[in-house]
Design a binder for this molecule. Structure first.
Ligand code: ATP
Length: 301
């Protein structure tokens, strides 16, 4: 943390960027439960985004010296595209997200955003460029309006309302006795998992980041709510570059491309249709999930 306090001229915009970085870090730490291990290079410039592409170029990484997790992972998400990451448990999906947020530096290869090596730019600017919608969001013991606007100091009431609309929260807020001023959290209104996730989406909309990292819910929500949330997420991801870590394949069938990770390598990639036709790991995972869903359906009947 000391490096955040080192320069004395971090005011205005810069201060806000850092605060934003901290908010996302807090969110991500909670999400991923990880310590921070990297620091800014002295004099590092801010990330400048014109076309927010994301490139992993032969990335090699392990948490411990003698155990490599990613073995030369390469892929590119072109600016404005929505990609999904799938793969068996332990394949390295969360690790990839941690590296993109620069919680760790790779031992080999590079990660580029809009052509800039993320190791060479300030972490604050990197983290300001990436919005995260985690599976389960923490709300502060404050009003619902505060919870939506948190993340951008200069958010106006109009920004907050627009974000609430974008995240399909207005129905709920209109029903609340004190609207945006209603207290949520421990001492106030209890929100459902789906509502909390919508608050997280609205918070991300207020921040308006060019890149989104979505950690799609595993099974916390009922199907109807899940469909609604997914539709909202897809709308939010439109016109942005997004990477969704998906657990259930049915939710990402319309991704521009699906990256299939296996044991720290890119096993295959392509659209849902292409991957099904290829008859590889994805097709196998798809068949397995489909039969599980059928079994669940039959069991419920
Ligand atoms: P899941 O779908 O189960 O969440 P994943 O694809 O996201 O899995 P990762 O969490 O990236 O997988 O883990 C990849 C590998 O790295 C696993 O073998 C895991 O045990 C290991 N790993 C993850 N975090 C750490 C850590 N902090 N220290 C050491 N090893 C770790």
């Amino acid at each position: 943390l000391t490096q955040l306090f080192r320069p004395l001229d971090m005011l205005g915009m810069v201060y806000r960027t850092i605060r934003q970085g901290l908010i996302d870090m807090a969110e991500m730490f909670r999400l991923l439960d990880e310590p921070q291990e990297v620091s800014d290079r002295p004099g590092a410039p801010a990330l400048v985004i014109r076309r927010p592409s994301v490139v992993f170029d032969n990335v090699v990484f392990g948490y411990e010296k003698d155990r490599q997790i990613l073995h030369g992972l390469s892929f590119e998400v072109p600016a404005g595209r929505n990609y999904a990451i799938v793969g068996p448990s332990g394949a390295g999906k969360s690790t990839l997200a941690r590296l993109l947020f620069r919680f760790y530096d790779p031992q080999g290869g590079r990660i580029l955003i809009d052509g800039q090596d993320i190791k060479e730019v300030t972490q604050a600017s990197l983290r300001a460029a990436i919005g995260i919608v985690p599976q389960d969001s923490v709300l502060f013991n404050d009003t619902i309006g505060y919870n939506i606007g948190y993340g951008r100091d200069d958010a106006t009431q109009a920004d907050i309302e627009e974000a609430a609309r974008g995240a399909a929260l207005m129905g709920l807020i209109d029903r609340l006795p004190q609207g945006f001023q209603t207290e949520v959290g421990e001492r106030g209104l209890k929100l459902s998992g789906g509502e909390k996730q919508r608050v997280a989406i609205a918070r991300t909309l207020v921040k308006n980041p060019p890149i989104l990292l979505l950690d799609e819910a595993t099974s916390a929500l009922d199907t109807r709510t899940e469909q609604d949330i997914l539709a909202t997420l897809h709308r939010v991801a439109e016109h942005r570059t997004s990477l969704s870590i998906a657990h259930r394949l049915s939710t990402i069938a319309d991704a521009d491309s699906i990256l299939v990770l296996q044991e720290g390598r890119l096993a295959e990639s392509g659209t849902h249709g292409q991957l099904l036709r290829a008859g590889g790991l994805y097709a196998e995972m798809w068949a397995r999930q489909a039969s599980e869903t059928d079994e669940l359906g039959e069991a419920a009947e």
